[in-house]
Ligand binder design. Structure first.
Ligand code: GUN
Length: 292
């Protein structure tokens, strides 16, 4: 069994990006600049955005964090987005999700200039992805592809089962794994809350990608020998013995499933750090596009 070490690979990618930034600086070019808008005070979202800003500093990018209150109206947020769309200093930006209930998420995501949409959530970019056109691929799916690629995990002709159809992970992942090319060329089954007999499906899977947010959902009895398991779950489970009062728990019963798996991602240290590295990669791509 091989651990797909997202922490190590993400550090490799950040080192590669750092080198590219140094070259940009040496040529006197402006370095990539990522902005992140966060609305409200959700603890997990604040932690993610802080990690994204720290990652920018590490690779030599500029970063801007825009904090808006929980009571921000949709119009105020749309105004802020327009400001960032117009700001030639900013190459790419993200709006951390989820947003408070008074704000229509789809409307907001559609207001982002697709050329600055480094999360790849705008329908134009999502559509381009589905049509095999060059575009920003959402960071978490992009990170999973990169992990599979760097570990040389075969995906061609395999049966990939995706659990969960979120717009951020499950849906794009199901499209990407079925695309022509590598990683891709899989036969894909997308399962969700209305899927019947899920164990019958997962036990036939060569590759399982879980993005459910249900701790320890995938059990050893649900998988076959030599399965490849990608765990996208990151749920904070209360634990009074843990320093922070919670532990980050994945969707997979790692202890038992890992005994049957050929490759498996840990949580933490698997997909999570890859997401941030690929957001940086998308930001670099946005900068390079703006230079052309
Ligand atoms: N919330 C959970 N994952 C993500 C992500 O990849 N991007 C943004 N903007 N928000 C998220």
């Amino acid at each position: 069994m091989t651990i797909l070490d997202g922490k190590k690979i993400s550090n490799d990618i950040k080192d590669e990006i750092t080198e590219q930034v140094k070259k940009m600086k040496a040529k006197g070019e402006k370095v990539p600049h990522l902005a992140a808008i966060i609305v409200g005070n959700d603890g997990a979202s604040l932690t993610y955005v802080a990690s994204k800003v720290r990652a920018c500093e590490r690779v030599g990018f500029e970063s801007t964090m825009v904090r808006l209150s929980n009571t921000t109206s949709e119009i105020e947020l749309l105004d802020k987005i327009e400001e960032l769309n117009q700001d030639s200093n900013i190459d790419g930006f993200i709006i951390q999700l989820p947003l408070p209930p008074q704000i229509n998420t789809q409307k907001v995501l559609m207001a982002v200039n697709p050329d600055k949409d480094v999360d790849g959530f705008h329908p134009m970019n999502f559509g381009k992805m589905a049509l095999d056109m060059s575009t920003f691929i959402p960071a978490t799916p992009f990170g999973i592809l990169e992990l599979l690629d760097r570990y040389g995990v075969e995906t061609k002709g395999k049966h990939t089962v995706v659990i969960g159809r979120s717009h951020i992970v499950g849906r794009p992942m199901s499209i990407l794994m079925g695309r022509k090319g590598f990683p891709g060329n899989s036969t894909v089954t997308l399962t969700h809350s209305h899927t019947k007999n899920i164990t019958q499906i997962t036990s036939q899977a060569d590759i399982i990608i879980t993005a459910l947010g249900q701790p320890n959902y995938l059990k050893a009895e649900m998988v076959k020998d030599d399965v490849v398991v990608i765990d996208v779950g990151i749920t904070r489970v209360p634990d009074e013995n843990a320093p922070k009062g919670y532990v980050i728990t994945g969707d997979v019963d790692f202890e038992n499933v890992s005994k049957k798996a050929s490759f498996i991602t840990p949580v933490p240290g698997g997909v999570g750090p890859m997401t941030i590295a690929m957001l940086l990669k998308n930001t670099l791509l946005a900068r390079e596009r703006h230079l052309q």
